[in-house]
Design a protein around this ligand. Structure first.
Ligand code: DAH
Length: 350
């Protein structure tokens, strides 16, 4: 084997051994670089005769081409290998199950609130919303709740900064303040008509929302929901309350034979007052009286605080617990489940 063939073989072998592109460039320098072995051979040609230069030059050129071909082949092989490794590392297993994006849904209490709004909406009630931080006036005083009423005890709710020392602001203990807030707005809007003795459109509103009390067990949570109802006009009676609320309960529970009982009770803002109990005729709760709301004819003091003359305007109010309605509707026996945020529980309602 002549010297050039040996050189080409040796270049091929050393390119073959190069495991990375960097190794390969080093190997290339040994043969084709400025002081590489092939370059050295070419320099040696200076001393040859013209004829010798021709044959020797042609042979060296062939060797050079062979070395370059080997180099390019190895470059390509290394690039292919690198690509293969990368593809393997980033391999996508299309047979794996897809990552599911859980479908969100409404909280069971929200479902109840939507249902309440829809049912009362169909009976011509507006929906009003108000602040959860209330003043002493709206939460108590305007609702005919005297200053020594036990509901005002510091232990019964959460007081917050603001207001005055004798009348601090607080987290509302019920949605009843919305009776006043909404009625005052309504009266303001119709002030001119009222002043001209032309009356006003009836107030018919529900006000759902969060309420707060220092209470915590299986059926009480420090934060809970209420929905207030108010219907004020010139000729609204207790009979209307009975009709509206009976209709509501039967629609809400999808039970036409549901029975209601209005049990005499006391609330400072209504007179007379009644607790509303319902009784299912079928199902697991059949035969038991279940309390669902407080209600009554709006007290004249409260009507006056709405900016209306109690000699001309009369009506009823009620306050119910959407959390409890949700428990009854779905057969849930621990209120705390609603607020634990456990997705396994909540997803059952989707
Ligand atoms: N606010 C009362 C409570 O939280 C419930 C209530 C009773 C609301 C009678 C009313 C009503 O509107 O007329 O216990």
């Amino acid at each position: 084997m002549n010297e050039l063939d040996a050189l080409v073989d040796s270049a091929r072998a050393s390119f073959e051994q190069a495991a990375t592109p960097a190794d390969l460039e080093n190997a290339k320098a040994q043969f084709l670089g400025k002081s590489g072995r092939l370059t050295e051979l070419m320099k040696g040609m200076a001393a040859l005769s013209v004829d010798e230069k021709k044959t020797r030059g042609a042979a060296i050129n062939l060797a050079k081409q062979a070395i370059e071909a080997a180099l390019n082949a190895r470059r390509q092989a290394l690039a292919d290998a690198e690509l293969q490794a990368q593809l393997k590392a980033e391999a996508l297993d299309v047979t794996l199950p897809g990552r599911q994006r859980g479908q969100g849904g409404l909280h069971p209490v929200s479902l109840t609130l939507e249902r309440i709004e829809q049912i009362f909406g169909s009976m011509g009630f507006d929906v009003a919303q108000g602040p959860e931080i209330e003043t002493d006036w709206f939460n108590f005083t305007a609702l005919n709740t005297p200053e020594d009423h036990p509901a005002r005890s510091m232990h019964d709710t959460f007081y917050v900064e603001g207001g005055s020392a004798s009348a601090p602001n607080l987290l509302r203990t019920h949605t009843s303040p919305m009776q006043i807030r909404h009625a005052v707005q309504h009266v303001k809007r119709h002030r001119d008509r009222l002043d001209a003795g032309q009356g006003m459109p009836e107030i018919r509103v529900i006000a759902p929302g969060r309420t707060y009390r220092v209470d915590s067990d299986a059926t009480h949570s420090p934060m809970f929901h209420q929905c207030e109802g108010l219907w004020i006009g010139e000729n609204v009676s207790f009979k209307d309350l009975k009709v509206v609320f009976t209709d509501f309960c039967r629609t809400f529970f999808e039970s036409d034979d549901l029975v209601l009982r209005f049990r005499p009770s006391f609330f400072p803002f209504t007179e007379p007052s009644a607790e509303i109990d319902i009784q299912f005729q079928t199902g697991p709760l059949a035969g038991r009286w279940l309390e669902v709301a407080g209600s009554g004819q709006v007290h004249p003091h409260v009507v006056r605080n709405m900016g209306l003359d109690p000699e001309h305007f009369i009506g009823f109010a009620f306050g119910m617990g959407p959390d409890r309605l949700t428990m009854l509707r779905y057969g849930v026996n621990d209120l705390r489940l609603f607020f634990d945020g456990d997705i396994r529980f909540l997803s059952q309602f989707q």
